[in-house]
Design a protein around this ligand. Sequence first.
Ligand SMILES: [Zn+2]
Length: 119
Amino acid sequence: MFLTREQLTELEARTNCAYCGEEFNTTITGHKQIDHVMPLGEGITARGNLTAACSSCNAGKHNRHVLDYYARSDKFTDELLDALIADLAAQNQCTPKSMRGLLESSRELMSERRAAECT
Ligand SMILES: [Zn+2]
């Protein structure tokens, strides 16, 4: 992983899930887990590709792309997505706009690969 100690400490200090906004360690959401925003093994090189998510969201998202999970989750609001993108942009030292572009192109890459596997 390309995480610094500071980044890890910051992730560990988070109190709410990045995907549903719920506090960790409630009976609904369960424990905090560190999730790969973009699934590994997709040729994406981003330094900041990790966030803190509850076990419920982490299980629901599984190895989906974050934008696919966003599209299918009721709790993952626009505000939470904007906050997540701003956070990843800061970790990668780029603008939120280019971070969003990276997420979108990585999602396209994934769906193209999946389509190629089906034929
Ligand atoms: Zn959650």
